[in-house]
Design a protein around this ligand. Sequence first.
Ligand SMILES: [Zn+2]
Length: 324
Amino acid sequence: MRIVDFHLHLPLSMAGGDVHRALHLLLGEMDDAGVDVAVAIAIEASPEVVRRNVTPEKLRNAIQPLLYDWRALGHPSLYNAMVRPREALEDHLRLVERHLARSEDVARAAAASGGRVLAVASYCRLNSVEEYIERLERIASMGPLIGVKIYPTFHFLRPDDPSLEPLYDYMESRGLILIVHTGCDPGIWELPALCTKASPRYLEPVARRHRDLMIVAAHMGSYSYLFPGIYFADAIRLARGNDNVYLDTSATTLHQVRIALNKLGPEKLLYGSDYPYFEGLHMKDIVEAYLAFRVPESVKERILHLNAEEILSRIGVKLALPRG
Ligand SMILES: [Zn+2]
């Protein structure tokens, strides 16, 4: 079966920051897993934006409601945030910096991948929206760019923020897909006070205003260590009510995928692995779990490649895929 992975990242930190080495690692993993094409998503988060939005005091207040939650206490970065918020914040900024993947680097890797990798840029709050659109033009000239991802957690921005309207107009006219991180994020973004902006419900007005903008709610609103499935119901509601909205299955369980299938049917789901962010697993392990998933073959085909191929062909991307 052909496989398109609609959500993974360039393993830059594993490759010591070397773009070509990271691409080599990624392609090796894709070959082992039998993945034909992958969508590599950039990650940009600025320590400056984080500092502007989270003070040690704010962190302490955000953690207050979880003081008696044993799972929160058992979570090293949340425990640290409780007892020494200032150091925890600095630790967290270092962790964020380690996992950055600049949009330009991802586009360059995609350009060198022989059609196996497509690039998604990361929104960046350090640029004004106008500057960011100019930057996107340059990124698109470097490699096969198919979309832009917004991280409402790291970016401290709701996706329906009016300042983003010019970006959405531009993306709609250029056929760029909007991918939005939904759910929590590791570390301090597990705290409900810091992840509410990443609820899929804030995509509703965007999906309605921009009918030609293709939108993917990553992780089906579910990603969370403390509260798995935190915004799952919102994601289902959003995808059900809007033809232009899809959900990606990265960092979710097959149990959740089955519920989504029951509620939405197979047309709205896109397979994603979130490589390299799955602890102790290889891409192959995740693909094998999907291949062994007890649903009809026609449903697997939809999730693993047909939906992705249709979306990409709608925005004019031609894939060099084997038959079958
Ligand atoms: Zn991801």
